[in-house]
Design a protein around this ligand. Structure first.
Ligand code: PMP
Length: 407
């Protein structure tokens, strides 16, 4: 297992020290949300025990401290994704919130009757529904980049779909249900050749691999704090300055304004224009501890460790003839989906749970992916820094027992 401060990393995660049904907890549902290191939990307590106050408003000591801490995280995130400017980093509630913001604002700004929005066949519902809502309002259409049986995008088809009706492309970096790593840099390059902006959903990317928004040249990127060892309810929208200035605000309220009269309002500068109301101050401030944790472990180490887990689990799963892996792309990260011939994923999930192993079963908010494979759902294992090969061995023994019981 990976080390952190000279100790096996899982020792730094209090939630992983517990037993469930008398069995040591093995947590393989990290794509849904990761557990939190002690440092993040401590930071949350420290925040409410010390500098708790509203930001950007008060002249007083605590408010100044909280404001500074909030902006320090913004700077750290900006560095983490290599944004050109910290004001291109907007705090949101999470990935879903970030996509809704862009879909709503971009819909008002840049969609008209007959236009289209291009997404991919493996999007999370949160990168489908907001665009459907935006399209419906404007008489625009949603179009879909198809994928093959392995769960890889068909890049030739993508190029054919890039006509002059397409106003924006929005796709996931890493599929949460298949684990596919998409060639987002190439997707962006091809879109930019036609002056089409691209939003990248990095909810399943930033915790697994180094992401550089300037190198990718994406126009927007979104992700969630809770999938990267931070708190729930906080997320990030990165947008290029040029785009964030062009788009209208998403929500109106305090903080997003410069002056307000009954005749009209002057909006605030970036990033505040997109941060109406009291934000999740504690979430933003303590996200810094999650970033520090990732930095200290090192994304290179994380990537190496998790891809070894992925390789090992894939290899071991081939021992069971009834198991079929769904999604066999050449490049994968973080997750393995599988089905078992003759047993429903949910039934296996319930039995695994009783053996102390937490997995996710179902459609993973990607119903169109399940429709594509004509299956009701999968059983998904998803990895984080603290998982080990021993846990995969335990999973294999437990899976074999569950299959024996069910078939
Ligand atoms: N996109 C992807 C690829 C995801 O995996 C998820 C979370 N499962 C989301 C979007 C939505 O994230 P959130 O629920 O944190 O808003």
């Amino acid at each position: 297992s990976l080390l952190y401060k000279g100790e096996p990393i899982h020792k730094h995660f209090p939630a992983l020290q517990q037993s469930v049904y008398g069995k040591p907890l093995v947590y393989f549902d990290n794509a849904a949300t990761t557990q939190k290191p002690q440092a993040v939990i401590q930071a949350i307590t420290d925040y409410y025990s010390t500098i708790n106050s509203n930001i950007h408003r008060g002249v007083h000591f605590l408010s100044q401290k909280a404001t500074d801490a909030y902006e320090i995280t913004r700077n750290a995130i900006s560095e983490f994704i290599n944004a050109a400017h910290a004001y291109e980093v907007i705090f949101t509630k999470g990935t879903t919130d970030g996509i809704n913001l862009v879909a709503d604002a971009f819909g008002s700004y840049g969609l008209g009757p007959g236009d289209s929005v291009l997404i991919s066949a493996m999007e999370h519902h949160s990168n489908i529904v907001p665009w459907q809502i935006a399209c419906e309002k404007k008489g625009a259409f949603l179009k879909v980049i198809p994928m093959n049986e392995a769960g890889e995008l068909l890049m030739d088809e993508y190029e054919k779909l890039l006509d002059d009706k397409v106003k924006i492309v929005s796709l996931t970096y890493v599929s949460n249900s298949l684990g596919t790593v998409n060639p987002v840099k190439e997707v962006i390059r091809l879109a930019h050749e036609r002056n089409i902006p691209v939003l990248v959903d990095a909810a399943q990317a930033v915790q697994h691999t180094k992401v550089d928004v300037q190198e990718l040249d994406c126009d927007f990127m979104v992700f969630s704090g809770h999938k990267m060892y931070g708190p729930t309810g906080i997320g990030i929208l990165y947008g290029k300055e040029e785009w964030l200035n062009k788009l209208p605000p998403y929500q109106g309220g305090g903080d997003m304004i410069k002056t307000v009269t009954f005749e009209g309002t002057e909006y605030n500068d970036l990033p505040f224009k997109f941060e109406a109301g009291t934000p999740h101050i504690e979430g933003a401030i303590t996200l810094l501890s999650a970033l520090d944790f990732i930095k200290e472990v090192g994304l290179d180490n994380i990537e190496r460790h998790e891809s070894e887990l992925l390789r090992y689990a894939t290899e071991r799963l081939s021992e069971i003839p009834e198991v079929k892996i769904i999604g066999t792309a050449g490049k994968k990260a973080g997750a393995i989906s599988l089905i078992v011939d003759g047993a429903h994923p949910y039934d296996i999930g319930v039995l695994l749970d009783k053996m102390g192993i937490a997995v996710r079963t179902g459609h993973h908010c990607t119903q169109p992916v399940m429709d594509f494979y004509q299956i009701p759902g999968t059983l998904r294992l998803s990895f984080a820094v603290y998982n080990t090969k021993e846990e995969i061995d335990l999973f294999m023994t437990s899976l074999k027992r569950a299959i024996q019981i069910l078939i």
